[in-house]
Design a protein around this ligand. Structure first.
Ligand code: ATP
Ligand code: MG
Length: 422
Protein backbone atom coordinates (compact mmCIF):
# COMPACT_ATOMS: atom_id res chain seq x y z
CA UNK A 1 0.00 0.00 0.00
CA UNK A 2 1.16 3.54 -0.72
CA UNK A 3 2.58 5.50 2.19
CA UNK A 4 2.37 9.30 2.60
CA UNK A 5 5.44 11.51 2.38
CA UNK A 6 6.19 15.22 2.05
CA UNK A 7 8.11 16.31 -1.03
CA UNK A 8 9.81 19.65 -0.52
CA UNK A 9 10.55 21.89 -3.50
CA UNK A 10 13.10 24.68 -3.24
CA UNK A 11 13.95 27.46 -5.68
CA UNK A 12 16.50 29.87 -4.36
CA UNK A 13 18.47 27.13 -2.69
CA UNK A 14 18.77 25.48 -6.06
CA UNK A 15 20.14 28.67 -7.59
CA UNK A 16 23.22 28.80 -5.44
CA UNK A 17 25.59 27.08 -7.86
CA UNK A 18 28.57 25.53 -6.14
CA UNK A 19 27.07 26.24 -2.72
CA UNK A 20 24.03 24.19 -3.57
CA UNK A 21 25.03 21.13 -1.54
CA UNK A 22 25.78 23.33 1.46
CA UNK A 23 22.41 25.09 1.23
CA UNK A 24 20.60 21.79 0.81
CA UNK A 25 22.28 20.44 3.93
CA UNK A 26 21.16 23.48 5.94
CA UNK A 27 17.64 23.16 4.59
CA UNK A 28 17.56 19.46 5.48
CA UNK A 29 18.74 20.29 9.02
CA UNK A 30 16.04 23.00 9.34
CA UNK A 31 13.31 20.60 8.21
CA UNK A 32 14.56 17.91 10.59
CA UNK A 33 14.54 20.40 13.47
CA UNK A 34 11.06 21.67 12.56
CA UNK A 35 9.78 18.07 12.52
CA UNK A 36 11.38 17.08 15.83
CA UNK A 37 7.96 16.51 17.40
CA UNK A 38 7.04 14.00 14.67
CA UNK A 39 8.32 10.47 14.15
CA UNK A 40 10.61 11.49 11.30
CA UNK A 41 12.00 8.44 9.50
CA UNK A 42 14.19 10.18 6.91
CA UNK A 43 14.87 13.56 5.32
CA UNK A 44 17.00 13.23 2.20
CA UNK A 45 17.59 14.69 -1.23
CA UNK A 46 16.00 12.96 -4.21
CA UNK A 47 16.12 14.28 -7.75
CA UNK A 48 15.88 18.01 -7.04
CA UNK A 49 13.53 17.66 -4.06
CA UNK A 50 13.85 16.86 -0.39
CA UNK A 51 11.91 13.79 0.61
CA UNK A 52 10.55 13.68 4.17
CA UNK A 53 9.19 10.38 5.46
CA UNK A 54 7.57 9.45 8.77
CA UNK A 55 7.24 6.18 10.62
CA UNK A 56 3.74 6.81 12.01
CA UNK A 57 0.76 6.99 9.60
CA UNK A 58 -0.94 10.40 9.50
CA UNK A 59 2.16 12.38 10.41
CA UNK A 60 3.05 13.48 6.87
CA UNK A 61 -0.37 15.15 6.74
CA UNK A 62 0.22 16.87 10.08
CA UNK A 63 3.83 17.92 9.36
CA UNK A 64 2.82 19.40 5.98
CA UNK A 65 1.87 22.81 7.46
CA UNK A 66 4.97 22.95 9.67
CA UNK A 67 7.28 22.25 6.73
CA UNK A 68 5.57 24.90 4.58
CA UNK A 69 6.65 27.53 7.09
CA UNK A 70 10.34 26.59 7.10
CA UNK A 71 12.49 29.28 5.40
CA UNK A 72 13.94 27.97 2.15
CA UNK A 73 10.87 25.85 1.35
CA UNK A 74 9.26 27.11 -1.86
CA UNK A 75 6.54 24.46 -2.00
CA UNK A 76 5.48 21.25 -0.27
CA UNK A 77 3.55 18.41 -1.82
CA UNK A 78 1.78 15.72 0.13
CA UNK A 79 2.61 12.66 -1.98
CA UNK A 80 1.86 8.96 -2.12
CA UNK A 81 4.97 6.82 -2.26
CA UNK A 82 4.61 3.61 -4.30
CA UNK A 83 6.74 1.03 -6.04
CA UNK A 84 7.27 1.23 -9.78
CA UNK A 85 4.17 -0.84 -10.26
CA UNK A 86 1.57 0.68 -12.62
CA UNK A 87 -1.32 -0.72 -10.57
CA UNK A 88 0.06 0.87 -7.43
CA UNK A 89 0.87 4.31 -8.84
CA UNK A 90 -2.36 4.52 -10.83
CA UNK A 91 -4.33 3.69 -7.67
CA UNK A 92 -2.35 6.39 -5.85
CA UNK A 93 -3.24 8.85 -8.63
CA UNK A 94 -6.95 8.11 -8.09
CA UNK A 95 -6.54 8.71 -4.33
CA UNK A 96 -4.58 11.92 -4.97
CA UNK A 97 -7.29 13.29 -7.27
CA UNK A 98 -10.02 12.21 -4.84
CA UNK A 99 -8.52 14.34 -2.06
CA UNK A 100 -8.25 17.39 -4.34
CA UNK A 101 -11.71 18.61 -3.28
CA UNK A 102 -14.03 20.37 -5.74
CA UNK A 103 -12.73 20.43 -9.31
CA UNK A 104 -13.95 20.24 -12.89
CA UNK A 105 -10.79 19.73 -14.93
CA UNK A 106 -7.46 17.99 -14.40
CA UNK A 107 -4.33 16.83 -16.14
CA UNK A 108 -1.47 14.46 -15.41
CA UNK A 109 2.10 15.77 -15.35
CA UNK A 110 4.51 12.84 -15.25
CA UNK A 111 8.27 13.09 -15.01
CA UNK A 112 10.84 10.34 -15.25
CA UNK A 113 14.10 11.25 -13.60
CA UNK A 114 15.74 7.92 -14.47
CA UNK A 115 15.78 6.62 -18.01
CA UNK A 116 15.90 3.07 -16.65
CA UNK A 117 12.10 3.01 -16.50
CA UNK A 118 10.46 1.63 -19.63
CA UNK A 119 7.82 4.36 -20.02
CA UNK A 120 8.70 7.95 -20.89
CA UNK A 121 6.76 10.91 -19.48
CA UNK A 122 4.27 11.09 -22.39
CA UNK A 123 3.46 7.41 -22.06
CA UNK A 124 3.13 7.76 -18.30
CA UNK A 125 0.73 10.69 -18.80
CA UNK A 126 -1.40 8.57 -21.10
CA UNK A 127 -1.30 5.52 -18.81
CA UNK A 128 -2.26 7.38 -15.63
CA UNK A 129 -4.67 9.70 -17.50
CA UNK A 130 -6.64 6.75 -18.83
CA UNK A 131 -7.12 5.31 -15.34
CA UNK A 132 -8.19 8.72 -14.00
CA UNK A 133 -10.67 9.26 -16.83
CA UNK A 134 -12.18 5.88 -15.96
CA UNK A 135 -12.40 6.73 -12.26
CA UNK A 136 -13.73 10.28 -12.79
CA UNK A 137 -15.94 10.08 -15.89
CA UNK A 138 -17.71 13.41 -15.12
CA UNK A 139 -14.47 15.39 -15.12
CA UNK A 140 -12.60 16.63 -18.15
CA UNK A 141 -8.95 16.61 -19.08
CA UNK A 142 -7.62 20.11 -19.76
CA UNK A 143 -4.03 20.88 -20.71
CA UNK A 144 -4.05 24.64 -20.01
CA UNK A 145 -4.89 25.87 -16.52
CA UNK A 146 -6.68 22.76 -15.24
CA UNK A 147 -8.17 22.94 -11.73
CA UNK A 148 -5.94 20.10 -10.53
CA UNK A 149 -2.61 18.68 -11.71
CA UNK A 150 -1.78 15.11 -10.71
CA UNK A 151 1.99 14.83 -10.63
CA UNK A 152 3.72 11.50 -11.12
CA UNK A 153 7.44 11.48 -10.40
CA UNK A 154 9.34 8.31 -11.27
CA UNK A 155 12.74 8.05 -9.60
CA UNK A 156 15.10 5.17 -8.96
CA UNK A 157 13.09 2.36 -7.39
CA UNK A 158 10.05 4.51 -6.45
CA UNK A 159 7.18 6.61 -7.71
CA UNK A 160 5.74 9.69 -5.98
CA UNK A 161 2.22 10.80 -6.86
CA UNK A 162 0.58 13.98 -5.65
CA UNK A 163 -2.11 16.56 -6.34
CA UNK A 164 -2.06 18.41 -3.04
CA UNK A 165 0.75 20.95 -3.23
CA UNK A 166 1.02 24.32 -1.52
CA UNK A 167 3.40 27.24 -1.51
CA UNK A 168 5.95 27.49 1.25
CA UNK A 169 7.34 30.71 2.71
CA UNK A 170 10.28 30.69 0.29
CA UNK A 171 13.53 32.49 1.09
CA UNK A 172 16.69 30.78 2.29
CA UNK A 173 17.31 28.26 5.06
CA UNK A 174 18.16 29.73 8.46
CA UNK A 175 21.91 29.61 8.97
CA UNK A 176 22.85 30.33 5.37
CA UNK A 177 23.27 34.10 5.87
CA UNK A 178 25.14 34.61 9.17
CA UNK A 179 23.91 36.05 12.45
CA UNK A 180 22.05 39.27 13.28
CA UNK A 181 20.87 40.83 16.51
CA UNK A 182 17.25 41.95 16.33
CA UNK A 183 15.70 44.55 18.61
CA UNK A 184 12.56 42.75 19.75
CA UNK A 185 9.82 44.60 21.59
CA UNK A 186 6.57 42.79 22.23
CA UNK A 187 4.90 45.08 19.66
CA UNK A 188 3.61 44.09 16.24
CA UNK A 189 6.50 45.22 14.03
CA UNK A 190 9.70 43.79 15.45
CA UNK A 191 8.55 40.12 15.46
CA UNK A 192 7.76 40.57 11.75
CA UNK A 193 11.18 42.15 11.12
CA UNK A 194 12.80 39.22 12.94
CA UNK A 195 10.85 36.71 10.89
CA UNK A 196 11.76 38.47 7.62
CA UNK A 197 15.48 38.25 8.41
CA UNK A 198 15.08 34.59 9.39
CA UNK A 199 13.40 34.02 6.06
CA UNK A 200 16.46 35.43 4.32
CA UNK A 201 18.61 32.85 6.07
CA UNK A 202 19.92 34.88 9.04
CA UNK A 203 20.20 33.39 12.51
CA UNK A 204 18.33 35.97 14.62
CA UNK A 205 19.37 36.73 18.18
CA UNK A 206 16.70 38.98 19.73
CA UNK A 207 17.45 41.55 22.41
CA UNK A 208 14.55 42.88 24.47
CA UNK A 209 14.68 45.98 26.66
CA UNK A 210 12.41 45.54 29.63
CA UNK A 211 11.16 48.33 31.89
CA UNK A 212 12.18 46.23 34.90
CA UNK A 213 12.62 47.09 37.77
CA UNK A 214 10.41 50.15 37.12
CA UNK A 215 7.71 47.98 35.50
CA UNK A 216 6.66 44.33 35.74
CA UNK A 217 8.34 41.72 33.54
CA UNK A 218 5.22 40.94 31.44
CA UNK A 219 6.78 42.13 28.17
CA UNK A 220 9.66 39.65 28.65
CA UNK A 221 7.19 36.77 28.79
CA UNK A 222 5.38 38.10 25.71
CA UNK A 223 8.72 38.08 23.86
CA UNK A 224 9.21 34.47 24.91
CA UNK A 225 5.70 33.68 23.63
CA UNK A 226 6.54 35.36 20.33
CA UNK A 227 9.64 33.17 19.99
CA UNK A 228 7.56 30.08 20.74
CA UNK A 229 4.95 31.15 18.18
CA UNK A 230 7.62 31.31 15.44
CA UNK A 231 8.82 27.79 16.31
CA UNK A 232 9.21 25.07 15.24
CA UNK A 233 9.51 26.34 11.65
CA UNK A 234 11.69 29.32 12.65
CA UNK A 235 13.78 28.51 15.70
CA UNK A 236 15.38 31.20 17.81
CA UNK A 237 18.03 29.95 20.21
CA UNK A 238 18.48 32.77 22.68
CA UNK A 239 16.60 35.87 23.88
CA UNK A 240 18.66 38.53 25.62
CA UNK A 241 16.82 40.70 28.13
CA UNK A 242 18.16 44.02 29.32
CA UNK A 243 16.53 45.46 32.48
CA UNK A 244 16.36 49.05 31.29
CA UNK A 245 13.96 50.79 33.72
CA UNK A 246 16.55 52.37 36.03
CA UNK A 247 18.61 53.67 33.12
CA UNK A 248 15.49 55.25 31.64
CA UNK A 249 14.73 56.87 34.95
CA UNK A 250 18.23 58.37 35.05
CA UNK A 251 17.90 59.66 31.48
CA UNK A 252 14.48 61.12 32.24
CA UNK A 253 15.97 63.10 35.12
CA UNK A 254 19.09 64.30 33.31
CA UNK A 255 17.98 64.99 29.74
CA UNK A 256 15.41 67.37 28.22
CA UNK A 257 12.01 65.68 28.01
CA UNK A 258 11.62 65.96 24.25
CA UNK A 259 14.96 64.17 23.62
CA UNK A 260 14.43 61.32 26.06
CA UNK A 261 13.20 58.84 23.49
CA UNK A 262 16.23 59.48 21.30
CA UNK A 263 18.54 58.97 24.30
CA UNK A 264 16.78 55.70 25.21
CA UNK A 265 17.16 54.50 21.68
CA UNK A 266 20.83 55.49 21.39
CA UNK A 267 21.52 53.46 24.53
CA UNK A 268 19.47 50.54 23.18
CA UNK A 269 21.38 50.52 19.90
CA UNK A 270 24.75 50.76 21.68
CA UNK A 271 23.93 47.88 24.01
CA UNK A 272 22.59 45.82 21.10
CA UNK A 273 25.83 46.45 19.21
CA UNK A 274 27.89 45.21 22.16
CA UNK A 275 25.77 42.06 22.33
CA UNK A 276 26.16 41.67 18.56
CA UNK A 277 29.95 41.73 18.92
CA UNK A 278 29.83 39.11 21.66
CA UNK A 279 27.60 36.97 19.48
CA UNK A 280 29.58 37.49 16.29
CA UNK A 281 26.46 39.04 14.71
CA UNK A 282 27.08 41.26 11.71
CA UNK A 283 24.07 43.58 11.78
CA UNK A 284 21.34 45.03 14.00
CA UNK A 285 17.73 44.68 12.88
CA UNK A 286 14.78 46.84 13.94
CA UNK A 287 11.07 46.94 13.12
CA UNK A 288 11.12 50.64 12.26
CA UNK A 289 8.83 51.91 9.52
CA UNK A 290 9.31 55.40 8.17
CA UNK A 291 7.13 58.00 9.86
CA UNK A 292 5.12 55.46 11.86
CA UNK A 293 5.84 57.08 15.24
CA UNK A 294 7.81 60.09 16.45
CA UNK A 295 11.09 58.23 16.75
CA UNK A 296 10.91 56.98 13.18
CA UNK A 297 11.45 60.19 11.22
CA UNK A 298 14.55 60.45 9.03
CA UNK A 299 16.16 62.97 11.41
CA UNK A 300 15.57 60.77 14.44
CA UNK A 301 16.73 57.61 12.71
CA UNK A 302 19.97 59.43 11.85
CA UNK A 303 20.32 60.75 15.42
CA UNK A 304 20.10 57.21 16.79
CA UNK A 305 22.06 55.47 14.08
CA UNK A 306 25.28 57.39 14.68
CA UNK A 307 26.11 55.57 17.93
CA UNK A 308 26.73 52.26 16.18
CA UNK A 309 29.09 51.15 13.44
CA UNK A 310 27.39 47.86 12.52
CA UNK A 311 24.84 48.11 9.71
CA UNK A 312 21.27 48.65 10.97
CA UNK A 313 18.75 46.77 8.85
CA UNK A 314 15.14 47.94 8.80
CA UNK A 315 13.22 45.44 6.71
CA UNK A 316 9.88 47.21 7.33
CA UNK A 317 11.01 50.74 6.54
CA UNK A 318 8.69 51.04 3.52
CA UNK A 319 5.85 48.87 4.78
CA UNK A 320 2.39 50.00 5.66
CA UNK A 321 0.99 49.10 9.07
CA UNK A 322 -1.76 47.00 7.48
CA UNK A 323 0.78 44.93 5.54
CA UNK A 324 2.77 44.39 8.71
CA UNK A 325 -0.36 43.31 10.59
CA UNK A 326 -1.24 40.81 7.86
CA UNK A 327 2.22 39.31 8.02
CA UNK A 328 2.08 39.21 11.84
CA UNK A 329 -1.20 37.29 11.58
CA UNK A 330 0.30 34.88 9.08
CA UNK A 331 3.34 34.11 11.23
CA UNK A 332 1.23 33.76 14.38
CA UNK A 333 2.58 36.66 16.46
CA UNK A 334 -0.21 39.21 16.05
CA UNK A 335 -2.46 38.13 18.92
CA UNK A 336 0.49 38.01 21.32
CA UNK A 337 1.62 41.48 20.24
CA UNK A 338 -1.88 42.85 20.87
CA UNK A 339 -1.63 41.99 24.55
CA UNK A 340 -0.67 45.12 26.39
CA UNK A 341 2.37 45.04 28.58
CA UNK A 342 4.34 47.92 29.99
CA UNK A 343 7.88 47.84 28.62
CA UNK A 344 10.47 50.49 28.19
CA UNK A 345 8.38 52.03 25.38
CA UNK A 346 5.70 53.10 27.82
CA UNK A 347 8.01 54.15 30.62
CA UNK A 348 8.97 57.77 31.32
CA UNK A 349 7.55 58.93 28.01
CA UNK A 350 7.62 62.68 27.41
CA UNK A 351 4.36 64.40 26.54
CA UNK A 352 5.79 65.80 23.30
CA UNK A 353 8.73 63.82 21.93
CA UNK A 354 10.98 65.51 19.40
CA UNK A 355 10.12 64.48 15.85
CA UNK A 356 12.93 66.28 14.01
CA UNK A 357 15.89 66.23 16.34
CA UNK A 358 18.72 68.71 15.84
CA UNK A 359 21.97 66.85 16.06
CA UNK A 360 23.75 69.49 18.21
CA UNK A 361 20.94 69.26 20.80
CA UNK A 362 21.13 65.48 20.66
CA UNK A 363 24.89 65.59 21.36
CA UNK A 364 24.36 68.01 24.24
CA UNK A 365 21.74 65.74 25.83
CA UNK A 366 24.02 62.71 25.28
CA UNK A 367 26.80 64.41 27.24
CA UNK A 368 24.41 65.25 30.09
CA UNK A 369 24.79 61.74 31.56
CA UNK A 370 27.57 59.17 31.72
CA UNK A 371 26.45 57.15 28.70
CA UNK A 372 29.56 54.96 28.53
CA UNK A 373 29.17 53.89 32.14
CA UNK A 374 25.46 53.27 31.53
CA UNK A 375 26.16 51.08 28.48
CA UNK A 376 28.77 49.07 30.44
CA UNK A 377 26.37 48.65 33.34
CA UNK A 378 23.54 47.50 31.09
CA UNK A 379 25.74 45.03 29.19
CA UNK A 380 26.95 43.63 32.51
CA UNK A 381 23.36 43.16 33.67
CA UNK A 382 22.14 41.41 30.52
CA UNK A 383 20.15 38.22 31.13
CA UNK A 384 19.21 35.55 28.64
CA UNK A 385 16.76 32.72 28.09
CA UNK A 386 17.66 29.79 25.85
CA UNK A 387 15.36 27.90 23.49
CA UNK A 388 15.66 24.78 21.37
CA UNK A 389 17.30 25.70 18.06
CA UNK A 390 19.21 23.78 15.42
CA UNK A 391 20.92 26.82 13.90
CA UNK A 392 21.95 29.03 16.85
CA UNK A 393 25.51 28.63 18.20
CA UNK A 394 26.01 30.08 21.67
CA UNK A 395 29.05 32.27 22.29
CA UNK A 396 31.34 30.22 24.50
CA UNK A 397 31.73 32.26 27.62
CA UNK A 398 29.32 35.14 27.62
CA UNK A 399 30.54 37.13 30.62
CA UNK A 400 34.27 36.82 29.91
CA UNK A 401 33.85 37.48 26.23
CA UNK A 402 31.94 40.65 26.85
CA UNK A 403 34.93 42.09 28.76
CA UNK A 404 37.27 40.94 26.10
CA UNK A 405 35.23 42.24 23.18
CA UNK A 406 33.98 45.47 24.68
CA UNK A 407 34.66 48.16 22.09
CA UNK A 408 36.30 51.43 23.07
CA UNK A 409 33.80 53.85 24.63
CA UNK A 410 31.89 55.76 21.99
CA UNK A 411 33.62 59.06 22.69
CA UNK A 412 37.02 57.51 21.99
CA UNK A 413 35.94 55.42 19.05
CA UNK A 414 37.75 56.30 15.88
CA UNK A 415 35.32 57.85 13.37
CA UNK A 416 34.47 55.64 10.44
CA UNK A 417 35.74 56.76 7.06
CA UNK A 418 32.29 57.93 6.00
CA UNK A 419 31.65 59.69 9.31
CA UNK A 420 32.32 63.44 9.48
CA UNK A 421 34.82 64.21 12.25
CA UNK A 422 33.35 66.64 14.74
P1 ATP B 1 7.19 47.53 17.53
O1 ATP B 1 5.79 47.25 17.12
O2 ATP B 1 8.18 46.59 16.93
O3 ATP B 1 7.34 47.72 19.02
P2 ATP B 1 6.82 50.33 17.20
O4 ATP B 1 6.00 50.71 16.05
O5 ATP B 1 6.16 50.28 18.54
O6 ATP B 1 7.55 48.94 16.90
P3 ATP B 1 8.98 51.84 18.34
O7 ATP B 1 8.46 51.62 19.70
O8 ATP B 1 9.46 53.19 17.93
O9 ATP B 1 7.99 51.39 17.21
O10 ATP B 1 10.17 50.86 18.09
C1 ATP B 1 10.86 50.82 16.89
C2 ATP B 1 11.75 49.59 16.93
O11 ATP B 1 12.67 49.69 18.03
C3 ATP B 1 11.00 48.30 17.20
O12 ATP B 1 10.45 47.76 16.03
C4 ATP B 1 12.07 47.44 17.78
O13 ATP B 1 12.91 46.93 16.77
C5 ATP B 1 12.86 48.43 18.63
N1 ATP B 1 12.31 48.44 20.00
C6 ATP B 1 11.36 49.24 20.51
N2 ATP B 1 11.13 48.92 21.78
C7 ATP B 1 11.94 47.91 22.11
C8 ATP B 1 12.17 47.13 23.28
N3 ATP B 1 11.49 47.33 24.40
N4 ATP B 1 13.11 46.17 23.23
C9 ATP B 1 13.80 45.94 22.09
N5 ATP B 1 13.62 46.61 20.97
C10 ATP B 1 12.71 47.59 20.96
MG1 MG C 1 7.00 49.49 20.33
Amino acid sequence: MASRVCLVHYHEVGLKGKNRAHFERILIDSIKAACAAFSLASCTRISGHILVTFSVPGEAERAFDVIRRVPGVARVSLAFHTNRDPDEYCRAAVSALREAGEFESFKVAAKRSNTDYALGSLELNAQVGEVLCGAFPQKRVQMHHPDVVVHVLVVQGSVYVYARSERGVGGLPVGSAGKVVTLLSSGIDSPVATWLLSRRGAVCVPVHFSGRPQTADTSEYLCQDIIRALAPSVQIGRLYVVPFGDAQREISIKCPGKLRVIMYRRIMYAVAERIARIEGAKAIVTGESLGQVASQTLENIAAVNEVVSLPVLRPLIGSDKQEIIERAEQIGTYDISCETAPDCCTLFMPRAPETHARIDEVHEAWEAFDHDEMIDRLVASVEYVDFESASYRRPRRFRERHEELAPAPFAERRPREDEPSS
